[in-house]
Design a binder for this molecule. Structure first.
Ligand SMILES: Nc1nc2c(c(=O)[nH]1)N[C@H]1C(S)=C(S)[C@@H](COP(=O)(O)OP(=O)(O)OC[C@H]3O[C@@H](n4cnc5c(=O)[nH]c(N)nc54)[C@H](O)[C@@H]3O)O[C@H]1N2
Ligand SMILES: Nc1nc2c(c(=O)[nH]1)N[C@H]1C(S)=C(S)[C@@H](COP(=O)(O)OP(=O)(O)OC[C@H]3O[C@@H](n4cnc5c(=O)[nH]c(N)nc54)[C@H](O)[C@@H]3O)O[C@H]1N2
Ligand code: SF4
Ligand SMILES: [Mo]
Length: 745
């Protein structure tokens, strides 16, 4: 280990070996990890083993879950992160990433000062700038682009977080209509599929279910609390777990693995509905009262028999019939899991629609052990912005990218927009790119195409905590404080329990890192010098984070100081009640007020009103590439975290043994993977846990950023191989639409 790294490890107060030991003791392997969640939850009437120093409660930000954490601070140094046993969602659990937040804080590769590019883009030559110079630099560039192209010349990209609002407000204030946010990298098609069918995405009562079916959701590695914990409880309570996935994931290993041929899930769901209706196993009462379009559905699915589906999905007809019958026996205590990442295929929204339809036939909604709509969140006070709310024009206005009338316009979109910028087919040029807490060079299909888009930009600014792949290609990097060094807006959440939690500084910022609110204030003041805004921009952002949080807490019987002490607050009255829909007291938020097997809204907008199956294209002799995550990494965000990197230093490609034998590939040997758009050298993991027609790569490796010294040179970037495709209804990127050739190196 380099001296600097050793120093960083020491500063973090715990050795890397010590960390791995701790993780092992806690069962970092995903399945074990889950058991430890429960165990910790039970024993947590007493504090954890780490009894040194001050204990400060906060909210994790190493992934999107926001677990409750307890930070042990000794003489201003963060030594240990434990789970917060008061947090009703996480009950004292954290994962390896949560604990390794220390190493994100003390990473020697962290950006600690504003950096302005001093060489060619991507060359890695930077000069340190003061914040004053940095604000002037950003404002100069924004101003120039606005002069030349208007605010339409700016693209505003960010991923969802508690702090995103401040970044968005600056974009809205400047007047750009171009936003590219998290949803169209991730879950837009699931959301639109569910909203279009039942008016929202339901929760899942996994702990009390008798039958759980998951399509590609790898919940035991891709953490989403409290589903992880509840899934293990459900299995322990006797639920049957069925995981449909071309890959035997850790989750599939805890239940029955159904190794489906990729991109054929809709054939399976349609055939399951076919059997339920044909064998008269569906819930007539539920269908009569709470759905519309059943007769049309019955007629529609008559063509999709199990024998037909066997040919499409590679799942035996017998198995499909058995699945339908077992579900009907378990109904209504069946969870049809909505999943989260649905950036899979070009027809994703239509596939996702079949999930609430299947759920409705089983009557598996608004009952114990089924899907349900949560009891709502704690209502926070509204901040009184001196400007319009975030309400942008349809994301497609500026580009000839075809309309996405059913998509949430605030989310913007990536794939088509990128094409419009590169090919200059938009109605106006886009030449400036502001990026907050997002790594689009890694996160978007076809990384080389994103590089092409960067070439079109006169100005790129990345606000990050580390030299991500995107930051490395920027003209200026503005360092934000990490979640362990700052106060964020309050988080309010629902589910079975509603509560609020605080994210607060547990140590002083490293270097000169600043909060996003301070950064936005600095840019706003520099813009005021150049342009006249009404009201002046600095006035709009003239408040502190403390002011913001106090406004949020104003209607509640708790103040900031008390919340900072206890970490969370929940109202005494919790009402997770079921049955309102069944009793007719509540309607679904669809045009008909019911679950819609047939959607007039889809028809009106030119889409099939019922999901119609189209068989996937085949490419003989090649494999379909699919992607996803491992338990110890978040997207591309922490492969460079040296504690997490030590668990899994480089990624690999999962290859079936039959394919490996045919190609002479050995487990642990290197292969070259080629697609129509890129090639990548990567280590082979030869395993029967994947179908022969499919290969899998864990996302987030193969960085181009030499500033990520732990990660640089390790593994292969899956996004470089992926063709530029998107779901036709939402513009959600389609990450699994690429076929690859694999050869031994
Ligand atoms: N090939 C492939 N592509 C994918 C996926 C996949 O599985 N495979 N998954 C998709 C999915 S589901 C999603 S949600 C997206 C996620 O894509 P992104 O939202 O881009 O997420 P990350 O890759 O985690 O990048 C987040 C960036 O934020 C930085 N960051 C972390 N904390 C902070 C902070 O406090 N402040 C600031 N300013 N920056 C911070 C990190 O250093 C990192 O550079 O990727 C999508 N793209
Ligand atoms: N550890 C960790 N946890 C996380 C995150 C993280 O980055 N790291 N990110 C969070 C976020 S933003 C998200 S969106 C979720 C993602 O959570 P998941 O969607 O559960 O995670 P992925 O790993 O993307 O899993 C996708 C699975 O789909 C399978 N698959 C691929 N093609 C098909 C197909 O055609 N049919 C079927 N049935 N399956 C298919 C893949 O083999 C893979 O196992 O995780 C959240 N939790
Ligand atoms: S799942 Fe892990 S990384 Fe995500 S919030 Fe929880 S502890 Fe943090
Ligand atoms: Mo995601």
């Amino acid at each position: 280990m380099k001296a600097e790294a050793v120093k960083a490890d020491r500063q973090a107060g715990i050795s890397r070996r010590g960390f791995l030991g701790l993780c092992a003791a806690m069962g970092t392997g995903a399945a074990l990890q889950l058991r430890s969640f429960k165990a910790i939850g039970k024993n947590n009437d007493k504090p954890g083993s780490w009894s040194r120093g001050e204990v400060i409660p906060s909210t994790c930000n190493m992934c999107v879950n926001r677990c409750g954490i307890q930070c042990h601070v000794v003489n201003g140094v963060l030594e240990k992160i434990d789970g917060d046993y008061h947090n009703p969602k996480t009950l004292g659990g954290t994962c390896a990433k949560g604990q390794a937040g220390i190493m994100t804080l003390y990473d020697p590769d962290r950006i600690k000062y504003p950096l302005i590019r001093a060489g060619a883009r991507g060359e890695g030559k930077w000069r340190r700038a003061s914040w004053e110079e940095a604000y002037e630099y950003v404002a100069d560039n924004l101003d120039k682009i606005m002069d030349k192209y208007g605010p339409e010349g700016l693209l505003w990209s960010s991923s969802t977080d508690l702090t995103e609002i401040f970044f968005l407000k600056l974009g809205v204030f400047l007047g750009t209509p171009n936003f590219a946010r998290h949803a169209t990298l991730c879950l837009a098609s699931r959301n639109v599929g569910y909203f279009g069918t039942m008016g929202g995405v339901p929760d899942s009562d996994l702990a009390n279910a008798k039958y759980i079916i998951m399509f590609g959701a790898n919940r035991l590695e891709s953490f989403e609390l409290p589903y992880n914990r509840d899934l293990i409880s459900g299995i322990e309570n006797g639920a049957k777990l069925v995981v449909v996935d071309p890959r035997m994931t850790v989750t599939a290993a805890k239940g029955t693995w159904v190794p489906i041929k990729p991109r054929t899930d809709m054939a399976l769901t349609l055939a399951l509905m076919h059997v339920l209706i044909k064998e008269d196993l569906y819930d007539k009462d539920f269908v009569d009262k709470l759905t519309v379009g059943f007769d049309a559905l019955k007629e529609h699915v008559a063509q999709y028999s199990p024998e037909w589906a066997e040919k499409e999905t590679d799942i035996p007809a017998r198995t499909i019939v058995e699945m339908a019958r077992e579900m009907a026996v378990a109904a209504p205590a069946v969870v049809v899991f909505p999943g989260r990442r649905s950036s899979w295929y070009t027809n994703d929204t239509q596939f996702r629609r079949t999930l609430p339809m299947l759920m409705a036939l089983l009557g598996a909604f608004d009952v114990r052990g089924g899907n349900f709509v949560n009891a709502g969140k704690v209502k926070l006070g509204e901040f009184d912005w001196e400007m319009a709310p975030f309400d942008v024009a349809p994301c497609v206005d500026g580009f000839d990218e075809g309309p996405f009338p059913l998509a949430a316009h605030d989310d913007g979109g990536y794939v088509m927009r990128r094409d419009a910028i590169i090919d200059e087919t938009g109605k106006y040029p886009v030449r400036g790119w502001m990026i907050y807490k997002q790594n689009p060079l890694a996160a978007v299909v076809d990384g080389n195409r994103t590089l092409k888009m960067m070439e079109k930009m006169d100005f790129i600014c990345s606000i990050d905590v580390q030299p991500s792949q995107t930051a490395w290609m920027a003209d200026i990097i503005l360092p934000e404080t990490t979640y362990l060094e700052r106060l964020d807006p309050i988080w309010t959440t629902g589910g079975k329990v509603k509560f609020i939690s605080i994210r607060q500084p547990v140590v002083k910022p490293q270097g000169e890192a600043r909060t996003i609110l301070d950064i936005i204030k600095g840019i706003a003041a520099a813009m005021d010098k150049r342009r006249t805004f009404d009201p002046p921009m600095s006035k709009v952002f003239d408040f502190t984070m403390e002011d913001y949080v106090d406004k949020q807490l104003a209607p509640l019987p708790i103040d900031r100081k008390t919340l900072a002490r206890q970490g969370i607050w929940m109202p005494g009255q919790q009402k997770w009640k079921l049955g309102a829909y069944r009793r007719g007291e509540k309607d679904f938020r669809t045009p008909s007020g019911k679950i819609e097997f047939v959607s007039e809204r889809f028809r009106r907008n030119g889409y099939d009103p019922m999901p119609v199956y189209e068989p996937p294209a085949e490419e003989a002799g090649r494999q379909r590439l699919v992607t996803g995550r491992y338990a110890w990494f978040t997207h591309s965000a922490n492969q460079n975290n040296r504690w997490l990197n030590a668990i899994h230093p480089e990624n690999d490609i999962w290859i079936n043994p039959d394919v490996a034998r045919e190609k002479g590939i050995k487990d642990g040997g290197y292969v070259m993977v080629r697609s129509r758009v890129g090639k990548v050298k990567i280590k082979a993991y030869v395993t029967p846990r994947i179908r022969p027609d499919t290969v899998f790569i864990c996302h987030g490796f193969g960085t181009n950023s030499a500033g990520q010294t732990t990660l640089y040179g390790k593994g292969g970037a899956d996004q470089v191989l992926m063709e530029s495709k998107a779901d036709v209804i939402t513009n959600n990127q389609a990450l699994h639409e690429t076929w690859v050739d694999i050869t031994k190196v």
